[in-house]
Design a protein around this ligand. Structure first.
Ligand code: NAD
Length: 478
């Protein structure tokens, strides 16, 4: 039996929402309602901000070592409860158990990394060039941080933000996505069990994100908004944050090019292409969205990649044979189907794939498209589903121009055995991250984030920690 927490976590206590509303959480593999979760009203958003504001001075006053040890205990508790968390992830997000367990390990790693970093948050000390003063630079916490997270990594998108925020002495109010609130609430409960004091982490799911956010962002104690989600919603949150000149970090959408040169090791490339496209049921911001393949190996790549795509087993993530779960909801299936239909109408050819499935649940068949127009809807939009458009190229400069001709710039992949060329191409790509002969790049110790409309700021590494800090300069004579 999977234990589910379905109430709001505010100030270390479970509560129903002020207006007693609840919303359904659906298992996307079956379409069944698995829980009804309290839907925070604006009054609950304000109460959570009050609670974070009350807890913040005490949390910031703890020594870095104390905060570090609590975060290390949080890491251990998440690892101990890996299976329980993974079960909830598969239940409400649908991803296969192997991916869900991988996500929990990734989520826990942010707690360990930031526990280690908490004790190494440095400022600086110097003498001014004119020799007239001492210059002290320190990094106090920002204060209360609002965190808004997506459904595709229900655990990791929370710890990737909360771990550095807590390490730096902030307190947080987290609004998880309405599709996946159960994992967030369980993670919040476990972090409390591990010793995070009441009020330091508040978790308030809601069905009414807009009015929730407008109330919370106006709370006087809130000093920062940290968002992961689509670029469209990010823009809206930036506009609201501007009214109060709040600090923001934005981890937004992607449109990753996956570039294959003729000299690439084809076995490794097909393996990498499958990871970049299909991991976590093809619903990652880092998913390969456009495949550019050099003409001498184009046909062989299309054939081998399509054959491998045919081996994907769609189904309920609890089935150990399943390698791809459902899309998150019916709207996601309709959106992917629409993009594929438009591409087919414009002359693209479908090598494999049968479109949406008639089975219960929100499934879409793995699909490979060739003869795709560039640019077209499917190369311009984030597909967020198991569909791979493959485009041939013969002129590397024109291919790089096409790869860069998007407002997104989160990640890109380059496969070639000529490392000098791989690194040269990487440097010419407008992407915050580049995988060279490698499709899995995320790491708690690396700065994750995008250029252009893919985001502002970074998560992970020391960059991710300092995002949650102010900078104070003290000019002193003595
Ligand atoms: P989304 O933008 O629809 O929702 C993200 C979050 O914003 C959810 O919690 C949602 O409830 C909330 N939200 C929506 N409207 C809001 C409003 N008006 N005010 C306040 N909150 C609001 O995105 P999604 O569908 O949950 O996630 C998929 C998107 O997230 C993709 O674009 C993907 O690329 C992106 N993503 C980016 C990263 C990254 O690190 N760059 C990581 C994961 C996902």
């Amino acid at each position: 039996m999977i234990v589910m927490y379905t109430r709001l976590l505010i100030g270390g206590r479970w509560s129903d929402s002020a207006d007693e509303k609840r919303f359904d959480v659906v298992n996307p593999a079956t379409g069944d309602v698995i829980a009804q979760v309290a839907s925070a009203a604006p009054a609950d958003a304000l109460e959570a901000c009050d609670s974070a504001a009350t807890a913040q001075p005490g949390w910031a006053a703890k020594s870095p070592r104390e905060r570090s040890e609590i975060l290390m205990d949080c890491h251990e508790v998440l690892i101990e409860h890996s299976q329980e968390i993974a079960d909830l992830i598969t239940n409400e997000n649908g991803k296969p158990q192997a991916d869900a367990l991988g996500e929990v390990a990734y989520a826990a790693e942010f707690l360990r990394w930031n526990a280690e970093e908490a004790a190494r948050l440095h400022g600086s000390f110097g003498v001014s060039p004119a020799g007239d003063k001492r210059m002290i630079v320190r990094h106090p916490p920002v204060g209360v941080v609002l965190m808004i997270t997506p459904w595709n990594f229900p655990a990791a998108m929370i710890t990737r933000k909360a771990a550095p925020a807590l390490a730096a002495g902030n307190t947080v109010v987290i609004k998880p996505a309405k599709d996946t609130p159960l994992t967030a609430l369980l993670v919040g409960k476990l972090l409390g069990d591990a010793g995070v004091p009441a009020g330091v982490i508040n978790i308030v799911p809601t069905y009414s994100a807009g009015e929730w956010f407008e109330a919370a962002v106006a709370h006087r104690a809130v000093r920062m908004v940290s968002f992961t989600g689509s670029t469209g919603v990010g823009r809206t949150l930036l506009r609201h944050s501007a009214d109060r000149v709040l600090k923001t970090t934005m981890e937004l959408g992607g449109n990753a090019p996956f570039i294959v040169f003729a000299d690439a090791d084809l076995d490794a490339t097909v393996e990498g292409a499958m990871i970049a496209k299909m991991r976590h049921s093809a619903q990652t911001c880092t998913a390969a969205n456009r495949f550019f393949v050099e003409t001498p190996i184009y046909h062989e790549f299309v054939e081998r990649f399509s054959e491998t795509m045919k081996t994907v087993t769609l189904g309920n993530g609890f089935d150990p044979d399943v390698t791809c779960g459902p899309l998150i909801n019916a709207a996601a299936v309709a959106r992917v189907d629409d993009l594929v239909d438009k591409a087919l109408q414009d002359g693209a050819k479908r090598i494999i794939g049968h479109g949406r499935s008639d089975e219960k649940g929100f499934f879409y068949d793995p699909t490979v498209l060739v003869d795709v127009d560039v640019p077209s809807a499917i190369t311009e939009h984030e597909i967020f589903g198991p569909v791979a458009p493959i485009i041939p190229f013969s002129d590397a400069d024109r291919m790089i121009e096409a790869a860069n001709s998007t407002e997104m710039g989160l990640i890109a992949y380059v496969y070639t055995q000529d490392l000098a060329r791989g690194l040269g191409v990487a440097e010419s790509l407008e992407a915050g991250m580049v995988g060279v002969n490698r499709a899995a790049v995320s790491d708690a110790a690396a700065p994750f984030g995008g250029m252009k409309q893919s985001g502002l700021g970074r998560e992970g590494a020391s960059e991710g920690l300092y995002e949650f800090c102010e900078t104070q300069y003290i000019a002193a004579n003595w």
